[in-house]
Write a protein that binds this ligand. Structure first.
Ligand code: THU
Length: 140
């Protein structure tokens, strides 16, 4: 990774850090923020949104992706995720992201340092992913 790309990663992770501050996570107190970047360079922010009915909780990745869809963005290139422990996307989010972005690159950062993991391909996090072509569902 050249210096310019490295700086770009640090900048997106810093943006995700700011988003994490807005996470609604009174139960876990584990704030996650992310920045989803599409092929046109558009940026969509997401944070986790918890609920007293725990299973209703939305992860940061799915709030960002849902916002992107609502804004007409479907070609996603990379997602920059920060959390206290550089946590990687949960299984549900992996499936969610893979649907629209099977080539997505993932970067993981934390809330304190400039260390990061990535790029990691979504396909490497979800081997043999279940996908539309394997089904008898109508192809959109
Ligand atoms: N969480 C995310 O937002 N993204 C992840 O990749 C992992 C977990 C959230 C869900 C919950 O609000 C909190 O982190 C603890 O699991």
């Amino acid at each position: 990774m050249n210096a310019k790309n490295h700086q770009q990663v640090l900048d997106y992770l810093e943006q995700a850090r700011q988003v994490a501050k807005r996470a609604y996570c009174p139960y876990s107190k584990f704030s996650v923020g992310c920045v989803l970047v599409d092929a046109q360079g558009r940026v969509f922010e997401g944070c986790n949104v918890e609920n007293a009915s725990y299973s209703v909780t939305l992860c940061a990745e799915r709030t960002a992706g849902s916002g992107a869809i609502a804004q007409g963005s479907r070609h996603w290139e990379a997602i920059y995720i920060v959390s206290p422990t550089r946590v990687s996307p949960c299984g549900t989010c992996r499936q969610f992201l893979f649907e629209l972005a099977p080539e997505l690159k993932i970067y993981l950062g934390d809330l304190q340092s400039k260390e990061f993991i990535g790029p990691v391909a979504i396909g490497d996090l979800l081997p043999m992913a279940m996908n539309l072509q394997q089904t008898t569902l109508p192809q959109p």
